[in-house]
Design a protein around this ligand. Structure first.
Ligand code: SF4
Length: 286
């Protein structure tokens, strides 16, 4: 399988850059190398509609039925090419020629795939057949809204055995903010319960996107509520590895794009320091 991507840069996040349905490579700033992406939402469907979402032609919905045979074939063929073919030499800049992780991160919510548990099994057995770095992570980037499903929980349990990590989206912990930013009616209680469940099954990071709306950073009520929410989680013993705090890297592809802009680096660092004061690790990307 010769992937047809040209030389990838950090700006090339196209899910079809290797010409495959489910598997795509990305040079990742966050991971510091090449990340093998698995997109379970080739239909660009998500159960949320975040106002900063960068999925083209995003629509409401869930992942389509996944062709498990094709997914496994693509993953095996891509790993083979990456490890034994010319892809690294021809398409990846010298400084990024290291495989950092396999990431379930696509054009929608990955856990909405009904086959989620089987997909984790496929990744596990495929990983075992290749000479991959021992510490290779398996990352699930999720909005966390479907973690109450038994099949998703089984998948998370298996992920924990595969050096897995869950990146759980937590942009706002106020009902108004959650509704406005993520366009979901899901209750905060459900979010809290799902977060606790995820953390009990697999190591978890909170992923929090901050930005300016009409030129204004999140207000004090929002940031205070966030700090209070995380403090409560920690006090009750929920195991959280840390917080990934980032801002918009690329333009949103939603109607609100014109009123969104990056958070200032100083603001991000000041907010990160407040979170760190709770005794938790924070990684920032300005
Ligand atoms: S959860 Fe992710 S894919 Fe879904 S709308 Fe939000 S940013 Fe887009």
């Amino acid at each position: 399988m010769p992937p047809t991507a040209g030389r990838l840069s950090q700006d090339n996040h196209s899910r079809d850059s290797a010409g495959l349905t489910y598997v795509y490579p990305v040079i990742s700033r966050r991971a510091g190398g090449i990340s093998i992406g698995i997109n379970l939402n080739p239909n660009n469907a998500c159960n949320w509609r975040c106002i900063y979402c960068q999925v083209p032609d995003l629509k409401r919905g869930v992942a389509p039925a996944i062709d498990l045979i094709k997914l496994e074939q693509e993953l095996r063929a891509f790993l083979y090419e990456l490890l034994f073919g010319n892809f690294m030499l021809e398409s990846v800049p010298l400084e990024a020629r290291v495989i950092k992780d396999i990431a379930l991160s696509g054009n929608g919510e990955p856990t909405s795939a009904r086959e989620f548990e089987q997909i984790i099994e496929i990744i596990g057995r495929t990983k075992a057949d290749f000479p991959l770095p021992e510490k290779l992570k398996l990352v699930l980037i999720t909005n966390g809204s479907l973690i109450n499903r038994v099949a998703v929980q089984k998948g998370l349990r298996r992920m924990a055995e595969l050096n897995g990590e869950v990146w759980f989206k937590l942009d706002s912990v106020t009902q108004a903010g959650h509704l406005h930013i993520n366009n979901t009616q899901a209750s905060l209680q459900r979010m809290r319960d799902n977060l606790r469940t995820a953390a009990s099954l697999c190591p978890i990071w909170l992923q929090t996107c901050v930005f300016k709306l009409n030129g204004a950073h999140p207000n004090k009520a929002e940031t205070d509520a966030y700090i209070c929410f995380v403090r409560t989680l920690l006090l009750e013993g929920t195991r959280i590895q840390g917080v990934l705090l980032y801002t918009l890297a690329r333009p949103a592809l939603q109607p609100e794009a014109t009123i969104l802009s990056k958070a200032d680096p100083d603001w991000i660092e000041a907010f990160a320091d407040k979170i760190r004061a709770l005794g938790i690790q924070v990684k920032t990307t300005a």
